[in-house]
Design a protein around this ligand. Structure first.
Ligand SMILES: NC(=O)C1=CN([C@@H]2O[C@H](COP(=O)(O)OP(=O)(O)OC[C@H]3O[C@@H](n4cnc5c(N)ncnc54)[C@H](OP(=O)(O)O)[C@@H]3O)[C@@H](O)[C@H]2O)C=CC1
Ligand SMILES: O=C(O)C1=N[C@H](C(=O)O)C[C@H](O)C1
Length: 257
C-alpha cells in the first residue's frame, strides 16, 4: 500500500527536502504540494501531511488536517508548550489521528538537547545562544524554546535558573526562566550553544548544522513513524525511542554539585 503525502510549504527549503525524501522512499508518493496560494482542501485525500510552513500558518494547517482525519508530521517551528497543549485538546475529538511534532530533525541537535537536560540538573546559571541564517523569520528558534522547556522540566524541584538583570532587553528572551539569545546572520545555517556556569567552571554544549542534509535521517524516521501514529508525539527523541525525560540526577549526584 502506498502512503499518499501532501507537503504544505513544498516550495521552501524544508519542503524541497521533504519532496526528495518522499520520492526516494519505497511505499510513499506525493499526493499534493501546497503553497501560500493553495487552498488547504488540496490536502484532502492524503494519508499524511508534512507541514513545513511558517509559525503563523502551521496551526491552521494542522487544525484542518486534524478535522479531516489526516495525520501530520510538523517540522515548522513555533510549537511552544502552550500551542501543544491546545493541540492535545483538539486531538481528544479525533482519537485516531496522529500528529508528530519535530522541533529539530537533526540527530546531533536532539542529542545536544538531551545532554543539556542532564547537565541542567547540576548548574543554576544556564543561558542559550542560537544562531541562524538571516532569512529565519522567527526567534527564538523552536529548538531553543524546546531545549529550555525540557531543561526546566528536568530540573524539577531545583526550580528556575538564576538569570540576573533579566529585565534588561539585551539579556535575551526568557523561556522557562532560561535566557535565549538569538543571532540572525549571513554565513550561518543553524547553531545552538547551551552554556552552563558553575563554581569555577563553564560547560558549553554546542551543535552546528552544516548542511540541510542533517535533517534527512530524522525526517525519514519521523515520516515512517507518523503513518501509524495516534495522539501527539513531540521530538525526534520520542521517534527514535530515546526517552531522556527519564534521565535524572541521583540525589547523591545532586548533593555533590
Ligand atoms: N524541524 C526542523 O528540523 C527544521 C525546521 N525548520 C522550520 O521549518 C519551517 C520552514 O522552514 P524553511 O523551509 O526554511 O522556510 P521557507 O521560507 O524556505 O519555506 C516556507 C514555505 O511555507 C510556505 N507557505 C507560506 N504560507 C503558506 C500557507 N498559507 N500554506 C502553505 N504553505 C505556505 C511558503 O510557500 P510560498 O512560497 O507559496 O510562500 C514556503 O514554501 C520554519 O518554521 C523553520 O523554522 C527549518 C529547518 C529544520
Ligand atoms: O529555520 C531554520 O532554519 C530552523 N528552524 C528550526 C528551529 O526554529 O529550531 C530548526 C533548525 O534550527 C533550523
Amino acid at each position: 500500500m502506498t502512503t499518499r503525502v501532501a507537503i504544505a510549504g513544498a516550495s521552501g527549503r524544508m519542503g524541497r527536502l521533504a519532496r526528495s525524501i518522499v520520492n526516494e522512499l519505497d511505499g510513499f508518493a506525493i499526493h499534493a504540494e501546497l503553497g501560500s496560494q493553495t487552498p488547504l482542501s488540496d490536502m484532502l485525500g492524503a494519508d499524511v501531511v508534512i507541514d513545513v510552513t511558517t509559525p503563523a500558518v502551521s496551526p491552521a494547517v494542522v487544525s484542518f488536517a486534524v478535522e479531516n482525519g489526516i495525520n501530520v508530521l510538523v517540522g515548522t517551528s513555533g510549537w511552544s508548550a502552550d500551542r501543544l497543549a491546545q493541540l492535545r485538546t483538539q486531538l481528544v475529538t479525533q482519537p485516531n489521528v496522529g500528529i508528530v511534532v519535530i522541533p529539530n530533525f537533526s540527530i546531533g541537535s536532539v542529542l545536544g538537547t538531551a545532554l543539556s537536560t542532564i547537565a541542567g540538573q547540576f548548574f543554576d546559571s544556564i543561558e542559550i545562544i542560537e544562531a541562524h541564517h538571516a532569512g529565519k523569520i522567527d526567534s527564538p528558534s523552536g529548538t531553543a524554546v524546546r531545549t529550555a522547556e525540557l531543561i526546566a522540566a528536568a530540573r524539577g524541584d531545583r526550580g528556575p535558573v538564576e538569570a540576573p538583570f533579566a529585565d534588561q532587553i539585551a539579556r535575551g528572551e526568557q523561556v522557562a526562566s532560561i535566557p535565549i539569545h538569538s543571532l540572525r546572520m549571513a554565513g550561518v545555517l543553524a547553531k545552538q550553544e547551551v552554556i552552563l556556569g558553575g563554581t569555577g567552571e563553564v560547560l558549553t554544549i554546542t551543535h552546528d548544522t552544516i548542511s540541510p542534509e542533517a535533517y534527512s535521517t530524522g525526517m525519514r524516521a519521523a515520516l515512517k513513524a507518523v503513518t501509524t501514529a495516534t495522539g501527539l508525539t513531540v521530538g525526534l527523541d520520542q521517534v527514535l525511542g530515546l526517552d531522556f525525560s527519564k534521565v535524572r540526577a541521583t540525589p547523591d549526584a545532586e548533593a555533590r554539585s
